[in-house]
Design a protein around this ligand. Structure first.
Ligand code: MN
Length: 196
């Protein structure tokens, strides 16, 4: 079964098309209107071996908030849709990823329940065209729309670009692990019998 999803979402603030293939080739084709966010999502696709296509027309004349948050919502919806009933997946994944000065921990449980924990303070207010406070909004939106437990903790870091990039890549690696198949499983990895 192909584990992919296409989500289109249009509001007065943003118009988003997103296609995700969990078992992809690492190719990201991303145009959100915010160059640094494109860079992050392309890194996410590459390091998680996902295929990701994202096209956004957002109200960037206001600021980046709606665009970043709504891309997070739609990415989470695509993850949820692509994984279906989660038969055979590992469910849990975690990764500690270094990038020069930055060291970040990310842990995921694809349990169906949203929970979000985030510990990171960026030294810079902006990286390129992205306000760093919006990175929290992005991952929060992913966590509740995908229905996942998501814990992100910046262990150390000096350079905001490295810190953000390490965060997106560690999330990709953790999600790739959690979404990966365990050949021993014939059903869903839950004593409840459901990860919905
Ligand atoms: Mn970079």
């Amino acid at each position: 079964m192909e584990r992919q999803a296409t989500v289109e979402r249009k509001t007065k603030e943003t118009d988003i098309f997103l296609r995700l293939d969990i078992d992809g080739n690492g190719k990201g084709e991303v145009d959100t209107g915010i160059g640094f966010l494109d860079h992050m999502l392309e890194g996410f696709a590459r390091h998680g071996f996902f295929s990701l296509e994202v096209k956004v027309k957002g109200d960037l004349h206001v600021d980046g908030h709606h665009t970043v948050e709504d891309v997070g919502i739609v990415l989470g919806q695509a993850v949820k849709g692509a994984l279906g009933n989660k038969t055979g997946i590992r469910r849990y994944g975690s990764f500690i990823l270094p990038m020069d000065d930055a060291l970040v921990l990310c842990a995921v449980d694809l349990c169906g329940r949203p929970y979000f924990s985030y510990e990171c303070e960026f030294p810079a207010e902006r990286i390129g065209g992205l306000d760093t406070e919006l990175i929290r909004e992005f991952f929060y939106a992913v966590s509740y729309s995908a229905g996942m437990n998501l814990h992100i903790k910046m262990i150390s870091g000096i350079n905001s670009h490295h810190m953000a990039e390490a965060m997106f890549k560690s999330f990709a690696k953790a999600l790739d692990e959690a979404a990966g198949k365990d050949g021993r499983l014939r059903d869903v990895l839950s004593t409840k019998g459901s990860l919905a």
